[in-house]
Write a protein that binds this ligand. Structure first.
Ligand code: AMP
Ligand code: GLY
Length: 421
C-alpha cells in the first residue's frame, strides 16, 4: 500500500515509524513531515487543511490510505472529501470531529447519552456569563467554545480570575473562531488520565491509557504546555475503571453519534478526571495525543497500521490487538523558553549515537535539516522514548538517551513518570 501521514510533529513521526514496520506498507509519504520523518518517509509540502489539495495529491500519487494526525484537517473535512473520492482514511468526518471542535456539542452528547461530566452552562455574551460566575463562585473553569489550540481553558481559582477569562474569550484572545461563546464548568477535583479507543463507527476497542505531564517544569509547576512527557499505561486507570469508562462514557457516546447519523471512525481520546473510584469526562479529542501517541505506538508497533485500517474499513470487531505487558515513557526536549518565545536553529548533536529499535526511539517533533545538521525548528523538538518491562525501566532507558543528546539550548523535565512511580 501507498500510505500518506498528514502532520509533522512527534505524533506523526511515531505513527510513521509504526506504519513503516508493517510489511503492508510499500511507500510512505508524510506531509509536511520533519527531519526525523524524512529518514523513513518521503516528505511533501502540502496544504493539509485543504481537503481538495489532499485529495488531488492522493490521486496523483496513487495513495491507498491516509492517516490524519492533527485535528485541524479533520475539522476542515479532509476525511469527508477523501471518502467521497473513494480513498481510505483513518480519522473522523467533520461532523464527528465536533467532539473536539465544540465543547458545547460534547456536552450535549454527554447529556443525551448520560455520560458523566462536569456541570456546565454556555453563554454567547459576556454579561450573563459574568452573572453566572458571581452566582456560583470559584473555583470554576472557563472555556472558549471552539478550537483554541489547547489554550482556551482557564481553571480559575478565584472569581476575579474567572471574570478576566470571560473578558479574554470575548475579546478574541483565543482566536476569532473561539471568541464567540464561552462554556463555564463546574471544577472537578481528582487525578487526570487519558484513555484511547479505536472506533469504526459501531465497534470500539481500547487502544491504551496514558498519563501526560502538561506543566513546563518539574513537580508539575510552571505554565501549561502541549505536553512535556507521557507514559503508557497510566496505572491509575485500573481494569475496573477502564470498564466503567467503556460502559458509562465511550460506548454511550459512540452509540449516540451513530444514532445521529454521524458515526465516529478513528481514535477517540478521552481526557478523564478520576475521584472516589469513578471517572468523569473532561473532554474528548478526535485524534491521538501528542506526546501520548509516541508511547502508544512504541507499545503497539506494526499492528497499529492493521488496527487503523480496520477502523477505516469497518472491520474492527474482527481484530484482536496483541498487548505486551510492558511500559513506555517519553521525555519531551523543548527549546529554551517554550511554551513562551524561543529561538529556532540551534544545532542538536549526538542523535546518531542513540539506539533505534523497538525499545528505544527518538521521535522528532520540531526539527529541520540545515547543511547536513539537525537543528531545532519548533517549541517541542524531540520525544525521547523508551519501552521497558516496568515503568521504572522505561524511565531509566529514556533518561539515559536524553543524557547522550548534546543540545545546550534544550530543556526538559527530569521527573516524567513520577505520578506512577
Ligand atoms: P481541556 O482543553 O478541556 O482538556 O482542558 C484542559 C485542562 O484543563 C484539562 O486537562 C484539565 O486539567 C483542566 N480542566 C478542564 N476542565 C476541567 C474541569 N471541569 N474541572 C477541572 N479541571 C478541568
Ligand atoms: N497531549 C495533549 C494533546 O495532545 O492534546
Amino acid at each position: 500500500m501507498n500510505i500518506l501521514v498528514l502532520g509533522g510533529g512527534g505524533r506523526e513521526h511515531a505513527l510513521a515509524w509504526a506504519i513503516k514496520q508493517n510489511p503492508k506498507c510499500d511507500r510512505l509519504i508524510a506531509a509536511p513531515g520533519n527531519a526525523g520523518i524524512a529518514e523513513i518517509a518521503d516528505c511533501a509540502a502540502l496544504e493539509i487543511d485543504d481537503p481538495g489539495v489532499v485529495v488531488s495529491f492522493c490521486e496523483e500519487n496513487a495513495v491507498d490510505f491516509v492517516v490524519i494526525g492533527p485535528e485541524a484537517p479533520l475539522v476542515a473535512g479532509v476525511a469527508d472529501r477523501l471518502a467521497e473520492a473513494g480513498i481510505l482514511a483513518f480519522g473522523p468526518t467533520a461532523a464527528a470531529s465536533r467532539l473536539e471542535a465544540s465543547k458545547t456539542f460534547t456536552k450535549e452528547i454527554c447529556a443525551a447519552c448520560g455520560a458523566p461530566t462536569a456541570a456546565w452552562a454556555r453563554f454567547d455574551a459576556a454579561e450573563p456569563a459574568r452573572a453566572h460566575i458571581r452566582a456560583h463562585g470559584a473555583p470554576v473553569v472557563v472555556k472558549a467554545d471552539g478550537l483554541a489550540a489547547g489554550k482556551g481553558v482557564v481553571v480559575a481559582a478565584t472569581e476575579a480570575e474567572a471574570l478576566d477569562a470571560v473578558e479574554a474569550v470575548f475579546s478574541g484572545a483565543f482566536g476569532a473562531q473561539a471568541g464567540t461563546a464561552v462554556v463555564i464548568e463546574e471544577f472537578m477535583e481528582g487525578d487526570e488520565a487519558s484513555f484511547f479507543v479505536l472506533c469504526d463507527g459501531t465497534a470500539v476497542m481500547p487502544a491504551g491509557s496514558a498519563q501526560d505531564y502538561k506543566r513546563a517544569f518539574d513537580g508539575d509547576t510552571g505554565p501549561n504546555t502541549g505536553g512535556m512527557g507521557a507514559h503508557s499505561p497510566a496505572p491509575i486507570l485500573t481494569e475496573a475503571l477502564q470498564q466503567q469508562v467503556m460502559d458509562d462514557i465511550i460506548r454511550p457516546t459512540v452509540a449516540e453519534m451513530a444514532r445521529r447519523g454521524t458515526p465516529f471512525r478513528g481514535v477517540l481520546y478521552a481526557g478523564l478526571m478520576i475521584s472516589e473510584g469513578r471517572a468523569r469526562l473532561v473532554e474528548y479529542n478526535v485524534r491521538f495525543g501528542d506526546p501520548e501517541a509516541q508511547v502508544l505506538m512504541m507499545r503497539l508497533g506494526a499492528q497499529a497500521l492493521d488496527l487503523m485500517l480496520a477502523c477505516a474499513e469497518g472491520r474492527l470487531a474482527e481484530c484482536r490487538p496483541a498487548w505486551a505487558d510492558d511500559h513506555a515513557l517519553t521525555v519531551v526536549m523543548a527549546s529554551r523558553g517554550y511554551p513562551g518565545a524561543y529561538e529556532k536553529g540551534s544545532e542538536i548533536r549526538g542523535l546518531d549515537t542513540l539506539p533505534e529499535d523497538s525499545w528505544h526511539m527518538t521521535f522528532h517533533a520540531g526539527t529541520a535539516r540545515a547543511a547536513g545538521r539537525i537543528v531545532a525548528d519548533g517549541g517541542r523538538v524531540l520525544d525521547v522514548t523508551a519501552r521497558g518491562a516496568t515503568l521504572a525501566e522505561a524511565q531509566a532507558r529514556a533518561y539515559e538517551m536524553v543524557a547522550r543528546i548534546d543540545w545546550p539550548e534544550g530543556i526538559y523535565r527530569r521527573d516524567i513518570g513520577w505520578r506512577a512511580l
